[in-house]
Design a protein around this ligand. Structure first.
Ligand SMILES: O=c1ccn([C@@H]2O[C@H](COP(=O)(O)O)[C@@H](O)[C@H]2O)c(=O)[nH]1
Length: 276
């Protein structure tokens, strides 16, 4: 399979640089007139994928909203992966996995190995057990043409306490993560498959992401208060690699297909005015 970084670059060039999150919050299910149950989740997924599957480059299901129903919710997530694949869009599983290396290997098998029922195009992972602990996921992704997005500067207000801390070598923790991702992506074209998560909400941090050479997932647009214009401030010269993502801003326009499509198109138009 072509590497994830190249597949994502083509999808964004063809469909526009937008990732839509699939986050079946109880409040959204209620506003769509759906039950807060696995049946409601399935209908939420069916409607979202049918409405947006041919419009957006990549979907980002939030695993937590499916996991809360145990195996019945995971079954919906497994079907979602098949449904999205049929539309030609990509899937980034937002599961934020991270553990000691040997256990990380099992997470890599779950989300990044061929034939796994949860195999996705990419998965979010957490480097806060040390970037090196992620190596099994980086290796599996490289082997199977999939990708990872490593948490660097998250969109929540609590993130800076840890991510802005200065290491013994004088670099900020988030800078060290960005540098490690850049090393993993060295020489890749059009971009590597080791992405970072950097919130659109983070403002000016001093973290230099110009050498990452991988996709930069930017959550926080809409419900968390960031605007497309904030992308310019946060990403500067790395704007070309930014993958803006939003969930509630688009999903709250459902359940009508036209409502979802118009909301996604509006968001994409705002993003294009900044990203070009
Ligand atoms: O730093 C991060 C990392 C992940 N997220 C996830 O993205 C969506 C955001 O949802 P909105 O409705 O657009 O606010 C959600 O699944 C988060 O868990 C993030 O927000 N920030």
């Amino acid at each position: 399979m072509e590497p994830f970084g190249a597949r994502l670059a083509s999808a964004m060039a063809n469909r526009g640089p937008l990732c839509v999150g699939i986050d079946p919050h109880p409040a959204l299910l209620a506003s769509w007139g759906l039950p807060d149950s696995p049946v409601g989740l399935q209908q939420f997924v069916d409607i979202t994928v049918a409405a947006l599957g041919e419009q957006v480059a990549i979907f980002k299901p939030q695993s937590a909203f499916f996991e809360r129903f145990g195996s019945a919710g995971i079954a919906v997530l497994e079907r979602l992966l098949v449904q999205v694949r049929e539309t030609g869009a990509l899937v980034l599983m937002d599961a934020k996995r991270g553990d000691i290396g040997s256990t990380m290997g099992a997470y890599a098998q779950a989300y990044l190995s061929d034939g796994s029922p949860l195999a996705s195009d990419a998965v979010t992972i957490s480097p806060y057990l040390g970037f090196g602990s992620l190596q099994p996921a980086l290796d599996m992704a490289a082997q199977t043409g999939r990708g990872v997005f490593v948490l660097a500067l998250t969109s929540n207000p609590e993130g800076p306490q840890l991510q802005h801390a200065v290491q013994a070598d004088g670099r900020m923790v988030a800078q060290a993560i960005a540098d490690a991702a850049g090393a993993a992506n060295a020489g890749a074209s059009p971009m590597g498959s080791v992405g970072l998560v950097i919130g659109a909400t983070v403002g000016v941090t001093g973290v230099d992401v110009s050498g990452v050479n991988g996709p930069l997932l930017a959550p926080g647009l809409g419900a968390q208060g960031a605007t497309a214009e904030d992308l310019r401030t946060v990403f500067g010269s790395a704007l070309a690699n930014v993958v803006p993502t939003t969930s509630r801003e688009v999903l709250s326009a459902g359940p009508s297909a036209a409502g979802l499509q118009d909301a996604a198109a509006r968001m994409l138009e705002q993003i294009r005015q900044v990203l070009g």
